[in-house]
Write a protein that binds this ligand. Sequence first.
Ligand code: AN0
Ligand code: CP
Length: 313
Amino acid sequence: MQQYIDLEDIDNVDALIEKAIKLKENPFQFKEVGKNKTIGLLFFNSSLRTRLSTQKAAQNLGMEVMTMNLNSDSWGLEFEDGSVMDAGTAEHIKEAAAVISQYVDIIALRAFPTLTDKTKDEEEQVIKSFQKYASVPILNMESATAHPLQALTDAITISENKQKERPKVVLTWAPHPKALPHAVPNSFAKMMQMIDVDFVITHPEGYELNPEITGNTPIIYDQNKALKDADFVYAKNWSSYKDYGQIKSTDKSWMVTLEKIQQAKFMHCLPVRRNMIVADEVLDSNQSLVIQQANNRTYAAQAILKEILENHL
Ligand code: AN0
Ligand code: CP
């Protein structure tokens, strides 16, 4: 693996899931792989899990870790080519990416979308610019349109918990007071089409994700019908894709409850707003996999970092 920008960078997803589960059994067995290598974790946005689990994954492989919150601690970065920098930004990505590449062996990035400019968000300007001007591999820690580390984690968690060969997995939209990105549902939907599951999506009308991503996945607007006989229920809020970044509904009747999911296991990437997205009774029950899911972030990141270190560096 040369980089991990999106799920297309994975050669064999089933093998990668197996490798991650093996790493979990013995996390320190490859301490030499990352010796004298450094990862730079660069954040334009908040994070709890991604920051700590990627650091832990790197340390488990013997790497050094440097972390920077680019928005608050560094110079304001300019991404436009040829711009006259007489306003807010103080340093161009051309210098910044080249300089950072001399200090670290892998650059990991978190850069959320604007949710106002669809074209710009879909261009993935931040991650693409780093790719262009950095000379080291790039790891996506959630970009404008994708969160592939989360999707790998989710696939690992389903693999660990499935009771049948081809479980039914339902991605359900759930209400949230703020406009949220499409990265998590995009990557989850993509991943579910890469592994052997019976996958359906449910959301209120107007919340269709990018059809290029959902492909042939059935979309069922009746949540109860979609949830019927589910083995895994994955809840997530996202803003409208069609009316880009807008909140079309905060309909509380879409909140996930025990009555709705019956015996199914519950998943969410976290952070989750209790009693908005999902009722306490679900998160506090043994049907909830969210803590295990967050734990798997370490092994997903470790499996990816190991591939990059072994095959590229
Ligand atoms: C972010 C999102 O929805 O993309 C990060 C999730 C991992 N969530 C929030 O901003 C609440
Ligand atoms: N799931 C996830 O990416 O969490 P953080 O935003 O806390 O990193």
